[in-house]
Design a protein around this ligand. Structure first.
Ligand code: SAH
Length: 240
């Protein structure tokens, strides 16, 4: 890592130290397992996962990555937490699912494979980097013209703080303490501004809600806490 990398080393260390917990459906990443079916269905309804290549930025242990590969996608997962990637590789191998995993930031992937991916996913990751607009720009660079991009993160307001930091981490213990840093939460308007500044079109912003009692995720209009953005890279326009 160099000081110019868009990486928060404390964040990477946190995810490395939790690496062995990724695939325990009742463990530290339980909410990600529980919301995965609805976010996967959302993505699948808006992009053709079997058309071209897919990249999952900040893939962690590969919960979403592997689920897209199971649907026939040719997926690369990129993350900077080496131990999370070791777990991801092992799990894919044991499950006979083909996924390519690389230790890389979005920026590094964009410098080697710009314009190569018809689908780019970057879920629950932007709130862990030091410069999220730079990550959004790198995702835009990775996308092919006409490609679909999906971002999800956490809104910054008192409700999100109460539910996600106090509620989930400190009262209900459904997330490890210290998982989230409130100051890094991103308002939908801020994320949409970064998405447009990267040359992308915002297609839709939807809320992603999680009920810890029923363990169900759902997609709707309430963007107060967790939310998803579908964006598209414009088709190449050729001056006449
Ligand atoms: N996207 C996955 C995992 C989210 S957890 C899912 O939704 O299931 C956030 C992940 O982002 C962690 O695995 C962490 O290591 C990774 N991450 C944080 N900063 C990163 C960076 N600068 N480059 C790549 N990955 C990063």
């Amino acid at each position: 890592m160099t000081t110019t990398d868009n990486i928060d080393p404390a964040e990477i260390e946190k995810f490395n130290s939790l690496a062995h917990r990724w695939w325990d459906p009742d463990g530290d990443f339980k909410p990600l397992h529980d919301i995965n079916p609805v976010r996967l269905a959302y993505i699948q309804a808006r992009t053709d996962l079997s058309d071209g290549e897919v990249i999952d930025i900040g893939c962690g242990g590969g919960i979403l990555t592997e689920s897209m590969a199971r649907l026939g996608a040719a997926v690369t997962g990129a993350d900077m937490a080496e131990k999370a990637l070791s777990v991801a590789r092992l799990h894919a191998h044991e499950s006979s699912v083909v996924v390519t995993y690389e230790t890389a930031t979005a920026e590094r992937m964009a410098s080697t494979r710009p314009g190569c991916f018809n689908t780019v996913t970057c879920l629950e990751m932007l709130e862990h980097v030091s410069d999220y607009p730079a990550t959004v720009q790198a995702c835009a660079d990775l996308a092919a013209a006409g490609g679909n991009l999906f971002f999800s993160t956490i809104n910054r307001n008192p409700k999100a703080y109460l539910l996600l930091v106090l509620g989930a981490e400190y009262i209900m213990n459904i997330l490890p303490r210290g998982t989230h840093d409130y100051a890094k939460f991103i308002r939908p308007s801020e994320l949409c501004r970064a998405i447009r500044a990267a040359g992308l079109e915002v297609c839709e912003v939807k809320g992603l809600s999680y009920n810890p009692f029923t363990r169900n995720g759902s997609i709707g209009e309430d963007v107060d806490v967790n939310y998803l953005v579908h964006a598209r890279k414009p088709n190449d326009t050729h001056p006449s």
